[in-house]
Design a protein around this ligand. Structure first.
Ligand SMILES: *Cc1c(COP(=O)(O)O)cnc(C)c1O
Length: 360
């Protein structure tokens, strides 16, 4: 039986897995990536430990403390953490079921005098209505920050590239993101600032470097062990030994730069054509049962985005999310399933057939 995985670095080809594990990075590689980002997104680029650090750095330097920042009401804990750590209040706007993005109507509902910025996410690589949002932001004095974790390389309907519209552009190079080097991030500031933002310069921690380097290999072994039902226990052991970590647990740190070998690989990915959407999705009934049936046929589709309006489950309580303010996001989180885009439709055929039986 052929197995299919949504996560576990399944989109890495054998060649990419080896290239990642043995990649060598130099100072020059970080410089090359920085210069490339500055050209592509027309601004001043800074490399960061991860996406949330980039987002936090943007907010801290561009907005007054205590600002309210509007984010998509269907997102990950990293966004919440970045806004909080910057000393600001995250406010979540509800989404629509078609593209999983907030709308002008839902933004209006949560807008206050203190709202200073809006983070555009283009969920799973589905573009927002950029023209309408840009006009709304302008009319209401809101700064636009574009978060490209899901959508590096995406073109908006009017032909502009995501990341070339707002005052700041944030990239994540984390696991399963549209640019994936297991960890890393970048900020491009596209607006004048009084004092230049200093780039984080401390070297990554050894443990983080280890996890960044070996994740594709460790995850590959786990997928291989699935044939004898040992993939799960293997991953659990790796987690216990801290050889791998869950994406949401990656620490926000404004002082550390990413790995240079990751910068080199990120540049390579940025230079090749992007795959959009990042993941396809469907809204289904009885998701737990469906995931179980899929697993029996060899389709490991857990680890989808998102199981909660602010994911993952482990952090959801901490966020104190107001579900009544975002009913659509709450409903979508309870019924969404993601379908990977890195397998042929032929290979996914049995899964699609099964999912269709459960579509709402
Ligand atoms: C993952 C993610 C981030 C941040 O990513 P990290 O590199 O893990 O900090 C930001 N925004 C969105 C929408 C994400 O999915």
């Amino acid at each position: 039986m052929g197995y299919c995985f949504l996560g576990q670095a399944a989109h890495y080809s054998r060649h990419e897995r080896l290239a990642h594990t043995f990649a060598v990075g130099r100072k020059k590689d970080a410089k090359n990536l920085t210069e490339y980002l500055e050209k592509r997104y027309s601004g001043t680029a800074i490399l960061t430990k991860n996406g949330r650090s980039a987002l936090c750095l943007a907010l801290k330097n561009l907005l007054p403390k205590g600002s309210e920042v509007i984010a998509n009401g269907f997102t990950c804990y990293a966004v919440y953490e970045a806004v909080k750590t910057a000393g600001m209040t995250p406010v979540f706007a509800d989404i629509n079921k078609e593209d999983l993005n907030f709308t002008i109507e839902s933004i209006k509902k949560v807008l206050t005098k203190n709202t200073k910025a809006i983070i555009i996410q283009n969920t799973l690589g589905n573009p927002v209505n950029i023209v309408a949002i840009e006009k709304f932001a302008k009319d209401n004095g809101l700064m636009i920050i574009e978060d490209l974790a899901h959508c590096a390389g995406l073109k908006y309907a009017d032909g502009r590239e995501a990341g070339t519209v707002g005052a700041a552009t944030v990239l994540s190079f984390g696991k399963d993101k549209s640019i994936d080097t297991i960890s890393g991030g970048a900020l491009i500031v596209r607006t004048p600032v009084e004092t230049p933002i200093a780039a984080p310069s401390k070297a990554p921690k050894f443990a983080d470097t280890f996890r960044t380097r070996f994740y594709p290999l460790i995850a590959g072994i786990s997928r291989g062990l699935q044939h004898i039902k040992l993939g799960g226990p293997w991953l659990k052991l790796m987690l216990k030994l801290h050889f791998i970590e869950r994406s949401a647990d990656n620490k926000l740190d404004l002082t550390r730069r990413p790995n240079r070998f990751a910068a080199k690989l990120a540049l390579k990915q940025l230079q090749s054509t992007s795959k959009m959407p990042l993941r396809k999705f469907a809204l289904v009934n009885n998701r737990a049962e469906l995931l179980n049936k899929l697993k029996k046929q060899g389709f490991y589709f857990d680890g989808f985005w998102y199981e909660r309006p602010i994911s993952p489950e482990r952090y959801y309580k901490k966020v104190k999310f107001d579900e009544s303010a975002c009913p659509v996001a709450t409903e979508v989180a309870a019924s969404i399933i993601n379908i990977p885009t890195h397998y042929s439709s032929e290979k996914l055929q049995p899964a699609i057939k099964l999912i269709k039986e459960y579509i709402r």
